[in-house]
Structure formats: structure tokens, C-alpha cells
Design a protein around this ligand. Structure first.
Ligand code: ZN
Length: 163
């Protein structure tokens, strides 16, 4: 049998869990793991050399170039509660805040209930006045090669499907 850790050809392999990964390894390498049925202990301190080797294996195994990670900065989903909480913490009424940012109370009220999304200008004013952040980084993993023929259906496809 081949040890999955060091690649040595040995007569007997032990099933162990190393950093949560199940492997069949030789007696020498099994020292790094726990018996398969047990939970692997939390890794502590600097990464042992064995973890680094496993990471190299992982990288070889999965091609990463298919995916690209995209980061955009968007209005946070919970913008409404962020504004409301910050305003209440400062002991301001909606009327007070609306006056400070030179906006109508009805607009602010709609924003605080999430019925309306503030535009860039209003976001900036609210952030400045309340000392909060309303935007956050959103990262999306996009499959770069996925936009091929399996992408959006064309009208021609729909017509074919109807027949
Ligand atoms: Zn080994």
C-alpha cells in the first residue's frame, strides 16, 4: 500500500484523521494524526509541516483558475437597522436626524423600515452624521468559464422547448 502522506510503499496502512482529513498512512506518518473515528484536535500554534504538505496536495488536486473572486462594495443588507440603532443611541428622533441631514422625515422613515434604499449622497450624509458604516465588502466567487453555452436561454431555445 502507498502511504497517502509520504508516498512510501508499505505493507500496512493505518486510517487516521489529520487536521480533519481522512488518510491512510504508514505507521511513521500516523503519529501526526488521530485514529479515524475520533475528531481531529484543533491545530495549535504554528502549522506543522504536515499541514503544509497537505495544503500543497489540495492545491494540486483542484484547479483554482476556473474561479475568480470578485469583491464589490455594496449597501449592507441591514442598512435600515444600522441607521435606526445609531440614531436611537444618539437619542435623536427621526425628525432630528432628518433635519440634520436636510432630508424629509418621510424619506428617513422609509429608509429605516427598509422600504427605500438611500442613494449614494444620502448614504454619505447618514454615515457622516451617525458615524457608522452602511457599506460592506461583498465577495462573490464567480465561475469564469460558466458563461458559455449553458448561460442564459435565448429566445430560440425557448421556442425549441415549446415544440
Ligand atoms: Zn508515510
Amino acid at each position: 500500500m502507498i502511504c497517502e502522506m509520504c508516498g512510501k510503499d508499505v505493507t500496512f496502512c493505518k486510517k487516521v484523521t489529520i487536521e480533519g482529513v481522512h488518510l491512510e498512512v504508514c505507521a511513521e506518518c500516523s503519529k501526526f494524526g488521530t485514529e479515524a473515528r475520533k475528531e481531529a484536535p484543533e491545530p495549535e500554534g504554528p502549522k506543522p509541516i504536515i499541514t503544509q504538505r497537505l495544503e500543497v496536495r489540495e492545491k494540486r488536486g483542484k484547479p483554482r483558475d476556473i474561479y475568480t473572486s470578485q469583491e464589490t462594495i455594496e449597501l449592507a443588507d441591514d442598512f435600515a437597522s444600522r441607521i435606526r440603532d445609531a440614531r436611537q443611541k444618539r437619542g435623536m428622533s427621526q425628525k432630528d436626524l432628518a433635519a440634520k441631514i436636510n432630508e424629509r422625515v418621510t424619506v428617513l422613515s422609509k429608509i429605516e423600515t427598509g422600504d427605500m434604499r438611500p442613494d449614494e449622497k444620502l448614504i454619505a450624509k447618514l454615515q457622516k452624521e451617525l458615524g457608522i458604516t452602511l457599506k460592506e465588502k461583498v465577495s462573490a466567487v464567480v465561475a469564469a468559464k460558466e458563461s458559455g453555452p449553458r448561460g442564459a436561454l435565448t429566445l430560440a431555445d425557448l421556442i425549441k422547448m415549446e415544440k
